[in-house]
Each structure stands twice: as structure tokens, then as C-alpha cells.
Ligand binder design. Structure first.
Ligand code: NAG
Ligand code: NAG
Ligand code: NAG
Ligand code: NAG
Ligand code: NAG
Ligand code: NAG
Ligand code: NAG
Ligand code: NAG
Ligand code: NAG
Length: 489
């Protein structure tokens, strides 16, 4: 019954359309309708284009302000410090009412350093640039960080950061890929000429704060470390681009989580003149006394480039301890080193429970580096017997190509490296030398298939996790198990 009806309907449609007149009418209506829709789209696009400069920015707070309304001028020349200060002190009064949002529209907004407040959102529109004044006389000096005891480059006070915050809660810096530019060029040159008497300032530094989100912006040309969360809790850094020249931009680390807890760094692109990321927790006796570790840190989905140092580092200042860090889905390309742990006698503290998973190295000189001789100290007051502990570190699914030395792990008699695990590694090498998987004073294991052949002082397990070649722990580098390496490779 149903079938019959459908067949009849089809017959009717066919005969209707085969009538030339009706077919022509139908085509005409379809054609007219599509021209109409097409034109409406054009008009809509034109309208939205005309609306664009004043387009209301997304609103995240009950109160929202425009930096222009505080007298700022985005001409790249006017000093807008007072406007930022007025805007932020207005927002500071709104904390109990949910806080305020400060919009920075397209333009170049020159400013001296300023302080943020709690419950605020700084929103940078597309093509908005907050440009730091590059005259160090206009940068405030602040006391050294307590866990460093030293400016880091010079004793005594250090320059504050361009955008600064301390003892804050609930701060968001976001936008539609607007930029914060530190004009670091002037600072780098003066640093090289030794024309500065104090340590250069970071681009963004948030201290003793919690519930911080930094997302969807670009940070570039920091005078010193770019983004420095210090002794903070609950920090999210997402979808941020960090840029500085890969050479001749000294100490422009991308992100330095320092004595921070509960932190996520994800979906970022970082290409800078020093470490892409460097997790820290204070320096020698000052860091030991301050005693605040960096812990519970998740780093994932990054593309990083570092021609001078490493993609993702831990240390060298790690005296408060670093633990429970996961680094996954990270591509390090065209870099000096991919991942690195660096420390030295005198640091004290520990680096433990570190998980690296799914890393890709593309044209990197040294892939995985652990070294214990980073002998740079704040002053002579450090205790050389304060030995750091390095243990429980695992590398899983590590791949790459064009790597000269895939693994270089140099513990020492004083600082042996314990319980290190390699599982599923295959790194294409660019340099046919014998010892390209180097270890000294290391204890641990390799599981399953590993290329290039692991060094002889790690236990060998098969894919099923069954031990088949145990070795004595903590041997210095030797070649005695050279043939056995062949079994695994
Ligand atoms: C901010 O104010 C300026 C000057 O009044 C105006 O041109 C701009 O469209 C405003 N932007 C927003 C997002 O309100
Ligand atoms: C920001 O606040 C800190 C702490 O109060 C202060 O030392 C620093 O000078 C302030 N920075 C600016 C630019 O006002
Ligand atoms: C990342 O930020 C850009 C603007 O900077 C934005 O267009 C894009 O949607 C963001 N991506 C995600 C996944 O949020
Ligand atoms: C954001 O801007 C930077 C610098 O201009 C650019 O390299 C990056 O691709 C942009 N990101 C997005 C998501 O558009
Ligand atoms: C550094 O100190 C010297 C000697 O006190 C002084 O002449 C010079 O102006 C200072 N430089 C800066 C950038 O403060
Ligand atoms: C962490 O900070 C975010 C952003 O302010 C907030 O939404 C979240 O509730 C905080 N998480 C905890 C556990 O406090
Ligand atoms: C380790 O850190 C992760 C965040 O990366 C967190 O979810 C987890 O609870 C932490 N583990 C411990 C034992 O604190
Ligand atoms: C491994 O990381 C890359 C990014 O480097 C990502 O594209 C890929 O999906 C990740 N693989 C897994 C299994 O998560
Ligand atoms: C070795 O480290 C792994 C994590 O990489 C951990 O699961 C395991 O418990 C550690 N073994 C010992 C004996 O501490």
C-alpha cells in the first residue's frame, strides 16, 4: 500500500518536471533565491565589517571599561600609565560586586609598569598592543625574591615586571590574540654591554596569588623571563603565543612556574631566546629556607623552540623541590635540547615523580638531558653538602628525527639518578657515533623497544615487563655490555 503511494508520487513529480514550463519556473525561483541569499550575506558582511572597530568585546565581568575612557591614547607614543592605574583602581573597588573587565581596543598602548588587582579581567582586542616603556629609569625596583636572595643577575633589588600582581585572587589576562610587548631589544643590548646595575624585569609576574588564567594572547620581547608565576596556586595558561628572537635575547624564558602548585600549561606556541618552560623553586640556601616546592603541574600540547637552552626544563633553581610534573604531547623543533633537568650540589631539594609522555623531537641537538653540575650560585653562602635528589622519572613514547645525541644523563657520585624508566622510544639520529645514549651514575630500566640502543647501565625488560638483563647500579659509563645493546635495538 505504502509502496504504491510512493511510486505514484514519483511518477507525478517526474511528469511535472518534464513539463518545460514548470521546470523553467522552478529553476528561476531557485536562481533568484540564491542570488537573494548571496546578496544578504554580502550586506551582512559589510555591516559587520563596519561594526568591527567598535564591536563590543565579550564580557566576563559585571562591569566593563574601555581604557580610552580613562584618557589613554593608542598611538604608540602617549604614556598611558596613569590611565591604566586609574582604570585598575576603579576595578579594585568592584571586587565585592564580581570585579571588572578592562578592554584594550586595537592600537599601540605605551605604558610604564603597572599593578593588577583582584577580580579583574584584562582583555586585549585583536591588534591591541600593550607596549612597555624601554627606559629602565621608569621601571620600579623591588626587593629580590625571598627564595633567590639575590636579584638573579645582580645582588640587591631587581626591576619589577611590566604587568605585575601580588597577593591577588581571580585575575584573568585574555583577549583575541592581542599582544603584550616588552621592547626587550633595548634591555638585551644594555645587559650585554653590562650597562645595567640591577636584574632585568619579567614581562608578566604574578606573585603570592591564586586562581589566575592567562589565555588567548601573545607575549613578546620580554626584557627577561616572559611569564613568571611565583608562589602561586591554581594557575592556567592556555593558548598563548610567546615569542622572542631565538638568538641574542638573553634569558627570555617563555614560562617559569616558580614554587607554584596546581598549574596547567596547554595549547601554547613558544619560541624564545632561552628555555621554553623552566620549572623552578628557589636558589640554594635561599630556596631551601623558603621551602616552597613546585608541584602538580601539567604541561601539554605545546610546540616549543629553544636554540639556546631547552624546550622544557626543570631547574636549575629547584631548591624548594619539584614533584608531580607531567609533560605530554609536546613537539620540540630546531632546538639545542628538548627536555632537561639541571641542578648542582648546593641546591638541596628534589626532582621526583616526573612523567614525560609522547614527546617529539625534530632537529634537536640533544634530546633528553639530566645534568648535575650547573654550578651557578647566588653567593658563597651555599652549602655544597646540600645535595639534590633526582628520582622516579619516566619517559614513554619518545620519538624524533634529526637528533644528534638522544639521551645524555650524567649523574654523579654525590647526586646519582635513581629509578628512571624508558619505554617505547625511537629517535632517528643524525650523527653516527657510538655513545649517543649516554648515562653515568644512573639506575633504572628500559622496557620494550628502544632506539638507539640504551646505555649499558640500565636494566633491560621485555615488552611484557619481564626483567632479562639486570645490571649493577650506578656504574660510570663503560662499554662492557655493548653487544647486549644490539638485542634491544
Ligand atoms: C573604546 O573607546 C574608543 C574611544 O572612545 C572607541 O573608539 C572604541 O570603539 C571603544 N572600544 C570599545 C570596545 O568600546
Ligand atoms: C606594584 O606593587 C608592589 C607591591 O606593593 C610595589 O612594590 C611596586 O612598586 C608596584 N609597582 C608599580 C609599578 O606600581
Ligand atoms: C586560541 O586563541 C585564538 C586567538 O588568539 C582564538 O582565535 C582561538 O579560538 C583560540 N583557540 C582555542 C582553542 O580557544
Ligand atoms: C597570534 O598572534 C601571533 C603573533 O602575531 C601569531 O604568530 C599567532 O599565529 C596568532 N595566533 C592565532 C591563534 O591567531
Ligand atoms: C650604574 O651604576 C653606576 C655607578 O654607580 C652609574 O654611574 C650608572 O649610571 C648606573 N647605571 C644605571 C643604568 O643605573
Ligand atoms: C581555579 O581558578 C579558576 C579560575 O579562577 C576557578 O574557576 C576555579 O574554581 C579554581 N579552582 C579551585 C580548585 O579553586
Ligand atoms: C599530580 O598532579 C595532577 C595534575 O597534573 C593532579 O591531578 C594530581 O592530583 C597530582 N597527584 C598528587 C598525588 O598530588
Ligand atoms: C602526541 O603528540 C602530538 C603533538 O606533538 C599529537 O599530535 C598526538 O595526537 C599525540 N598522540 C597521542 C597518542 O596523544
Ligand atoms: C619508580 O618510578 C615509577 C614512576 O616512574 C614509580 O611508579 C615507581 O613506584 C618507582 N619505583 C620505586 C621503587 O620507587
Amino acid at each position: 500500500m505504502f509502496h504504491q503511494q510512493r511510486a505514484e508520487l514519483r511518477r507525478w513529480v517526474v511528469s511535472f518536471l518534464s513539463n518545460h514550463k514548470t521546470l523553467f519556473t522552478v529553476l528561476w525561483i531557485v536562481g533568484f533565491a540564491s542570488v537573494f541569499i548571496w546578496q544578504r550575506n554580502i550586506v551582512d558582511n559589510l555591516l559587520s565589517f563596519r561594526r568591527a572597530p567598535g564591536r563590543p568585546m565579550p564580557r566576563f565581568r559585571p562591569f566593563s571599561f574601555n581604557i580610552s575612557d580613562f584618557g589613554a591614547v593608542g598611538d604608540g607614543d602617549t604614556d598611558n600609565t596613569a590611565a591604566f592605574e586609574r582604570a585598575i583602581s576603579t576595578i579594585a573597588k568592584l571586587g565585592k560586586k564580581g570585579g571588572g573587565q578592562l578592554n584594550v581596543p586595537p592600537g599601540v598602548w605605551l605604558t610604564c609598569p603597572f599593578n593588577l588587582t583582584s577580580h579583574m579581567t584584562l582583555y586585549l582586542a585583536e591588534d591591541a598592543v600593550i607596549l612597555g616603556v624601554d627606559d629602565e629609569k621608569k621601571w620600579p625596583l623591588m626587593p629580590p625574591l625571598p627564595s633567590y636572595g639575590y636579584g638573579r643577575e645582580h645582588p640587591g633589588p631587581r626591576y619589577g615586571s611590566l604587568i605585575h600582581g601580588q597577593n591577588l585572587r581571580d585575575v584573568v589576562i585574555t583577549g583575541n590574540n592581542g599582544t603584550i610587548d616588552g621592547q626587550g631589544q633595548t634591555w638585551w643590548k644594555k645587559y650585554k654591554r653590562k650597562a645595567l646595575n640591577n636584574t632585568r624585569g619579567p614581562l608578566v609576574q604574578i606573585m603570592w596569588s591564586s586562581d589566575i588564567v592567562i589565555s588567548d594572547i601573545t607575549l613578546r620581547n620580554s626584557p627577561f623571563w616572559t611569564l613568571h608565576p611565583y608562589d602561586c596556586k591554581n594557575v592556567t595558561i592556555r593558548n598563548v603565543t610567546i615569542l622572542a628572537p631565538v638568538f641574542e635575547a638573553p634569558n627570555t624564558d617563555g614560562i617559569d612556574p616558580d614554587s607554584c602548585e596546581d598549574m596547567v600549561i596547554e595549547d601554547c606556541y613558544i619560541s624564545v631566546g632561552d628555555d621554553g618552560i623552566a620549572i623552578k623553586s628557589g636558589w640554594d640556601q635561599y630556596g631551601i629556607a623558603y621551602g616552597r616546592p613546585s608541584k602538580n603541574i601539567l604541561i601539554r600540547n605545546l610546540i616549543v623552540r629553544s636554540m639556546v637552552s631547552a624546550g622544557v626544563s626543570i631547574g636549575s633553581e629547584m631548591s624548594g623541590g619539584v614533584s608531580n610534573v607531567t609533560v605530554e604531547n609536546v613537539l620540540v623543533w630546531s632546538s639545542r635540547r628538548a627536555v632537561r633537568i639541571k641542578t648542582a650540589p648546593g641546591r638541596g631539594g628534589y626532582v621526583r615523580h616526573i612523567t614525560y609522555r609522547n614527546l617529539t623531537f625534530d632537529e634537536v641537538r640533544v634530546g633528553i638531558v639530566i645534568k648535575t653540575d650547573y654550578n651557578e650560585h647566588p653567593d658563597e653562602g651555599y652549602d655544597p653538602k646540600a645535595l639534590p635528589i633526582i628520582e622516579d622519572i619516566s619517559f614513554t613514547s619518545i620519538h624524533g628525527q634529526g637528533v644528534r645525541v638522544p639521551v645524555r644523563i650524567h649523574g654523579s657520585e654525590d647526586i646519582p639518578i635513581r629509578n628512571i624508566t624508558f619505554r617505547d622510544m625511537s629517535i632517528g639520529i643524525s650523527y653516527k657515533k657510538k655513545r649517543i645514549f649516554q648515562c653515568a651514575f644512573v639506575q633504572g630500566r628500559v622496557i620494550g623497544s628502544i632506539f638507539p640502543a640504551p646505555c649499558e647501565n640500565l636494566d633491560l625488560y621485555d615488552e611484557m615487563g619481564k626483567l632479562y638483563v639486570p645490571v649493577a647500579a650506578f656504574m660510570p659509563c663503560t662499554e662492557i655490555f655493548a653487544e647486549m645493546q644490539g638485542i634491544v635495538a
